[in-house]
Design a protein around this ligand. Structure first.
Ligand code: BES
Ligand code: MN
Ligand code: ZN
Length: 496
């Protein structure tokens, strides 16, 4: 989908479909008023007839209006009150749904004047671009019969005020890059475990490094990891025929002396639970246990394709968690790269085991900050559901930055406490710590475990078990979250 900016008189704009908001207010204003006048009162006539009242969710397609060059005019209800981010998204995806397979191959959206709560022109336009692209996303790689390509190819964003052009253009560029990144994340997430293996993720990273300017890639194999002492990470891949990989991509957009922001992603390409095997029902969804790896690749692609003036390093701990004669057993004790020993009481708590060694490895890049992302705990879905990402960390300022970036990007997160008191749940009689902390506060004790490996830098952890994919049903699939949150967080580092 191509986006561009348009100005000028609405009546004479050449377009397949002109989209106009109609509020429930008594009198028409802005774009609606302009079009009503130009068409000799056709819009107010439709309202008078009762064809549309402006209620949100309503829409009306009008054809060949007198005095209007556009082939069609789509009126959409915007309701009584100022839209919030959620309503704005809903409106945009409903418009996209109607345009997708309508007759027009290009559309002009005259929606930039619509206010959205806590969202300036740039922010709401970027959300629009992301929502349009989101609504058009299809994953039919494995279908013999492909879905029809949407007819709509081009979207112009109209504004009365030429002074808006710069903000609109930047919103388009950023929105396109974020949705390209999020589409990569969704595509990788949706791939099955027999295709998307640790080796496949490494290949994908190499391809990105080749495609994107200012980047480099490094892939450590099991021999390299063994030499580094990554006994914890390797204990997870021990039962699998697929070798683990530690993947690093770096992008240099700023001075080489400026410290990199580091993102670490959990890349379990399939999580059976290992010897502590999961129940069978719904186990297929554990192919999504690499969505965090896919997220950091998506963010990396976004940042490098925009050539943002920051330095970014992403690290992926990729492994498959399988039961077998060589698998790690409950009770086994392993030594992590940090030197700390771990009693593995449950082999299904494998995410923290791969992450801890990747987090120790991150130290060598002298990071400005480290954010790890993981589909880490089912408990996070119990605590926050599927709408909100969980955040914890050892640095309040960093946590605050992530929360507000989520707010800005419409990709929200919420903090859980990482109080000292929870740490003792990880006590082990045999090793420095156990890998599980019991039934209570499972999301927090998982973060407590990680906190023991992140003392060298400002660190935060995002638990995306609930937000990374939609479970069950016909809408099942990867969401591309939290690519918008993390991209916003990195964009905010530019000024600061
Ligand atoms: N990948 C899972 C977490 C998960 C579960 C994400 C369900 C999304 C949906 C993780 O590896 C896991 O199995 N965690 C265990 C931890 C427990 C053994 C302490 C869990 O949450 O049950
Ligand atoms: Mn698990
Ligand atoms: Zn897992």
């Amino acid at each position: 989908m191509e986006f561009n900016v348009k100005h000028g008189a609405l009546a004479t704009i050449k377009t397949g479909c002109l989209v106009i908001g109609i509020s429930e207010a008594k009198t028409l204003s802005g774009a609606a008023a302009e079009l009503d006048t130009a068409s000799g009162g056709q819009l107010s006539a439709a309202i008078k007839r009762g064809d549309i009242s402006g209620k949100s969710g309503q829409s009306l397609m009008l054809f060949a209006l007198p005095g209007i060059t556009a082939q069609r005019v789509l009126l959409v209800g915007t309701g009584k009150e100022e839209l919030n981010v959620r309503a704005w998204r809903k409106l945009v995806s409903s418009v996209t749904g109607q345009l997708k397979n309508g007759g027009a191959s290009d559309a002009t959206l005259a929606l930039s004047e619509l206010p959205v709560k806590d969202s300036d022109l740039y922010a709401r336009t970027r959300l629009l671009v992301e929502s349009v692209r989101d609504s058009l996303y299809q994953f039919d790689q494995f279908k013999s019969k492909k879905a029809d390509k949407p007819r709509l190819k081009k979207c112009s964003l109209w504004s009365a005020d030429k002074a808006d052009a710069a903000a609109l253009k930047q919103a388009i560029a950023h929105g396109q890059a974020i949705s390209d990144g999020a589409h990569l994340t969704r595509n990788l997430g949706n791939l099955p475990g027999n295709i998307c293996t640790p080796t496949y993720l490494a290949k994908e990273a190499r391809a990105l490094a080749k495609e994107l300017k200012g980047t480099e890639v490094e892939v450590l194999d099991e021999k390299d990891m063994k030499a580094l002492g990554m006994g914890s990470l390797l204990s997870v891949s021990a039962g699998s025929a697929e070798p683990a990989k530690l993947i690093r991509l770096s992008y240099q957009g700023a001075d080489s002396k400026s410290k990199p922001h580091v993102l670490v992603g959990k890349g379990i390409t399939f999580d059976t639970g290992g010897i502590s095997i999961k129940p069978g029902a719904g186990m297929d969804e554990m192919k999504y246990d690499m969505c965090s790896a896919a997220t950091v690749l998506g963010v990396f692609k976004t940042v490098a394709s925009l050539q943002l003036p920051i330095n970014l390093t992403v690290i992926i701990a990729a492994a498959e968690n399988m039961p077998s004669g060589t698998a790690t057993k409950p009770g086994d004790i392993v030594t992590s790269m940090s030197g700390q020993t771990i009693e593995i009481l449950n082999t299904d708590a494998e995410g923290r085991l791969v992450l801890c060694d990747a987090l120790t490895y991150a130290e060598r890049f002298k990071p400005a900050s480290v954010v790890d992302i993981a589909t880490l705990t089912g408990a996070c879905i119990i605590a926050l559901g599927t709408k909100t990402t969980g955040v914890m960390g050892n640095n309040d300022e960093l946590v605050e930055q992530l929360l507000s970036a989520g707010e800005q990007a419409g990709d929200r997160a919420w903090q859980l406490p990482l109080f000292e008191e929870y740490q003792e749940q990880l006590d082990s009689p045999f090793a420095d710590m156990a890998n599980i902390g019991g039934r209570e506060a499972g999301t927090i004790t998982a973060a407590c475990f990680l906190s023991r490996f992140t003392k060298a830098y400002p660190w935060a952890h995002l638990d995306i078990a609930g937000t990374a994919w939609i479970s069950g049903g016909k809408d099942k699939g990867a969401t591309g979250r939290p690519v918008p949150l993390l991209t916003q967080y990195l964009l905010n580092q530019i000024q600061g």
